[in-house]
Design a binder for this molecule. Structure first.
Ligand SMILES: Nc1nc2c(c(=O)[nH]1)N[C@H]1C(S)=C(S)[C@@H](COP(=O)(O)OP(=O)(O)OC[C@H]3O[C@@H](n4cnc5c(=O)[nH]c(N)nc54)[C@H](O)[C@@H]3O)O[C@H]1N2
Ligand SMILES: Nc1nc2c(c(=O)[nH]1)N[C@H]1C(S)=C(S)[C@@H](COP(=O)(O)OP(=O)(O)OC[C@H]3O[C@@H](n4cnc5c(=O)[nH]c(N)nc54)[C@H](O)[C@@H]3O)O[C@H]1N2
Ligand code: SF4
Ligand SMILES: [Mo]
Length: 709
């Protein structure tokens, strides 16, 4: 720990553990053993001394009166939040006894883990649980909440490359922010885009509604939801037809151009105009500007994958920089998750080698179907342990999840900071430590820095870090593997490949001293990773065309195990694939539910975190639904009245906000509000259907109706 004394306060290096691409480097201020405050690290080139509205009073989250401080057991009906304090010994003994009984009767696969990136630490986020449940022989839970469709499309086209450095956007002359609300969700990249804009870059935002980010764009292009593939294909058409292709780049560093050109021939701007609702002339202008302004950089958001054809659209978008030769330039190319460049040793962290062969796999987006038995399993689930995730608000078809969690014969263990909507159904509740209370390094999926987090205060009450929970459980079960014996510091030594070329001059001691370190992969001013091809694909080239890739499911965080569950067959070429819940694809459904709902991230919460905290709720405002004037008028809806948003899967209450920010036929309701504080949530209506690749979520491919109550 590197501490600097200043009067009474001491300062420590921190890393924001939340599921956010910014992974801010922070400075904790501690006095009298308590966290007094937190600031952004002023030296960090991306954090630049500023934290977002969620984290700027992080100490209040640590000391919130509702924080879970002791292990508890359920003493009332499921879901009614009647709990009684017990000791750690009683909690762990109960869990182990119950699991041993289940293992005896049904085998270990009757137990399933459920976690996500609520904590992104290598030690307390990714670790422990995975290795523990693999060793237990539990059902494998594939986690495809975020980025798996996108990652699959990316890997097929470009391979595991970081793409363009987010900091190199400063050199771009033309920037496309595609399905990303950076102002809210990637603030510390947005600063760089704004600087580039001030220097003269044109910023185009592609989003079906006027998000905060779209409002700051030089040009807001608003296609209908799920039609981005058509837009990208028509851009290719224009680029090819008008001779704007960098032919030398394409000839040397790509595969499948003739076939792609053939396909793009049919994809005219007029064709795309019909599908996207944009004008053919705008599509032409956009394609020309993009191709002719170099360096051009594209930032894609996770929302792009969340429709049935989302991943095919991402393949099309990811092909654009090679067509135009944008990769030749520093600041040219495309950015998705630079996580691929980080030398994390996921196999050591997650230990997929411990999973017994033939273990059944379930998916966290289909939890309701799994728990209710709607999805038939070889071994039905009798117990679930949940940590770092809150599926009742965040997963899909959540009425079904509630039904599953209400099962008397389901033994639910939940470790969390608060009694979340999911933890409310627990049989045993375990209090988990929070950021400043545990040592870790935080995964980065939005920049090229390693980030260290010190333990600088003790956990309140009897809370312990996730990794300690699993160490204690492993000890009771006699697990001998190294993972369960290592201290948190030893984990860090083993979880990062410190000898990799990306870590030149960086080791754990360096991290503790400095708090962060840029990977040694070139600088923002000289890095052009694909100037001369060098794509980490099987051919070494950008693959427009793919041959024979089938059943391929990829995750950016290796949190699910590739190849376990068949993905869909992958078409050879990128193309537009229409959404499933639309007027043309499903007229009967459209007749009942004529509004396409988008449920993106909120500005004031991070997923469902902070949505129970008064000042954050006040800042964000209550659950609302944005609706166009025409749609409101049609339904007799007035500004500010509470309405019901619903479909056959469920519904939620929201305050109607009539606005020109959304077009006719679209409604927007942000994610994260707690069901226990609201009558239903946006995920009461979302579908468990997977997208076209990577078993991705399809939350924006969703029809609803809105009515007055
Ligand atoms: N404040 C805040 N920040 C966060 C989070 C949070 O909850 N709150 N969550 C974090 C996480 S887990 C993630 S994955 C990232 C995600 O961050 P983003 O990638 O920005 O994802 P979203 O906010 O879901 O959606 C971004 C935009 O995509 C638009 N969109 C929806 N459907 C389509 C479509 O079909 N086409 C196009 N072109 N646009 C579409 C939405 O209207 C929205 O404005 O943010 C992270 N950062
Ligand atoms: N409709 C719709 N649904 C979506 C999305 C969308 O855009 N639209 N986005 C999807 C995406 S991209 C994502 S990433 C998921 C996110 O979904 P989740 O990962 O479920 O997100 P959170 O709601 O933040 O849940 C994290 C939980 O972990 C707890 N937690 C945090 N730190 C710790 C810790 O150290 N220990 C323990 N034990 N618990 C901890 C938090 O208190 C919280 O309850 O949601 C997905 N759901
Ligand atoms: S939530 Fe994101 S933007 Fe906010 S402090 Fe954490 S890493 Fe930074
Ligand atoms: Mo996410």
């Amino acid at each position: 720990m590197d501490d600097i004394k200043n009067g009474e306060s001491q300062f420590f290096h921190g890393g924001c553990p939340h599921d956010c691409p910014d992974t801010c480097s922070m400075v904790y201020e501690v006095a009298d053993g308590k966290l007094k405050g937190v600031k952004g690290n002023a030296d960090h080139p991306m954090t630049r001394g500023g934290l977002c509205v969620k984290l700027k009073d992080y100490e209040k989250r640590h000391y919130h009166p509702d924080r879970l401080l002791y292990p508890m057991k359920r003493v009332g009906p499921k879901g009614e939040k009647q709990f009684e304090r017990i000791t750690w010994d009683e909690a762990l003994d109960t869990i182990v006894e119950k699991w041993q009984q289940i293992i005896k009767e049904d085998g270990p696969q009757a137990i399933m883990p459920n976690s996500y990136l609520g904590n992104q630490g290598l030690v307390h986020g990714l670790n422990g649980g995975d290795a523990f449940f693999a060793r237990l022989g539990a059902t494998v839970t594939e986690r495809t909440f975020c980025g798996e469709g996108s990652a699959t499309a990316w890997l097929l086209t470009l391979g595991p490359t970081a793409g363009v450095d987010p900091e190199s956007f400063i050199h771009a002359k033309y920037i496309i922010v595609w399905a990303c609300n950076s102002v809210s969700t990637n603030l510390h990249h947005w600063h760089i885009i704004k600087e580039a804009q001030k220097k003269g870059a044109k910023v185009v935002v592609i989003d079906p509604y006027a998000s905060k980010t779209a409002k700051e764009a030089d040009w807001h292009i608003a296609p209908k939801p799920g039609t981005d593939g058509a837009l990208a294909m028509a851009m290719m058409h224009v680029i090819i037809e008008e001779g704007l292709v960098d032919q030398d780049y394409v000839d040397n560093y790509t595969v499948g151009f003739p076939e792609l050109a053939d396909k793009a021939k049919e994809r005219t701007p007029e064709w795309a105009a019909e599908i996207t609702g944009l004008s053919a002339e705008d599509i032409r202008t956009f394609a020309r500007e993009y191709a002719q302004s170099q360096p051009s950089a594209i930032r894609i958001g996770v929302a792009l994958e969340k429709s049935w054809g989302g991943s095919q659209a991402i393949r099309a978008v990811a092909s654009l920089p090679a067509l135009t030769g944008a990769w030749r330039h520093v600041g040219g190319g495309i950015l998705q998750f630079p996580v691929w460049e980080h030398p994390y040793k996921f196999d050591v962290i997650c230990r997929p080698d411990l999973i017994p062969e033939g273990t059944q796999v379930v998916n966290n987006l289909q939890l309701g179907r799994v728990l209710t038995g709607e999805q038939e399993l070889k071994v039905p689930i009798k117990s679930m342990m949940c940590w770092n995730t809150n599926p009742v608000t965040q997963s899909t078809e959540t009425d079904k999840i509630i039904q599953g969690l209400s099962r008397e014969d389901l033994f639910l263990v939940s470790a969390d900071h608060f009694i979340s909507d999911t933890a409310a159904y627990a049989d045993i509740l375990l209090p988990a430590s929070m950021g400043a209370e545990m040592e870790d390094m935080i995964l980065s999926w939005g920049h090229l820095y390693l980030t260290y987090n010190s333990k600088c205060v003790e956990s309140p009450g009897e809370a312990i870090p996730n990794n300690e929970i699993f160490r204690r459980l492993a000890k009771r079960l006699g697990f001998k593997e190294d993972n369960f014996q290592w201290s948190d510091e030893e984990c860090l030594q083993n979880y990062v490949d410190w000898d990799s070329p990306a870590c030149e001059g960086i080791d754990l001691a360096y991290m503790k001293k400095h708090g962060y370190a840029r990977l040694t992969v070139g600088t923002k001013d000289n890095r052009a990773p694909h100037k001369e091809g060098n794509f980490p694909t099987p051919s070494g080239k950008c693959e427009f065309r793919i041959v024979g890739a089938k059943n391929f499911v990829a995750g950016p965080f290796r949190q699910m195990y590739e190849g376990f569950q068949p993905g869909q067959d992958i078409p050879e070429l990128p193309d537009y694939v229409a959404s499933k819940e639309t007027a043309s694809a499903n007229p009967a459904l459209f007749k009942k539910y004529p509004l396409n709902i988008l449920a993106p991230k909120s500005h004031g919460f991070i997923n469902s975190c902070y949505a129970n905290i008064d000042n954050k709720l006040k800042g964000q405002g209550e659950q609302s639904v944005l609706i166009s004037q025409v749609d409101a008028l049609d339904r007799g809806i007035h500004e500010g009245e509470i309405v019901r948003v619903f479909n056959d899967r469920g519904g939620f209450d929201a305050v109607a906000k009539i606005t020109p920010d959304v077009g006719q036929g679209i409604v927007v309701a942000t994610l994260g509000y707690w069901r226990q504080l609201n009558n239903g949530t946006v995920n009461s209506v979302s579908s468990s259907a997977f997208g076209d690749m990577g078993n991705a979520q399809t939350s924006h491919d969703c029809l609803v109706e809105v009515r007055t109550i």
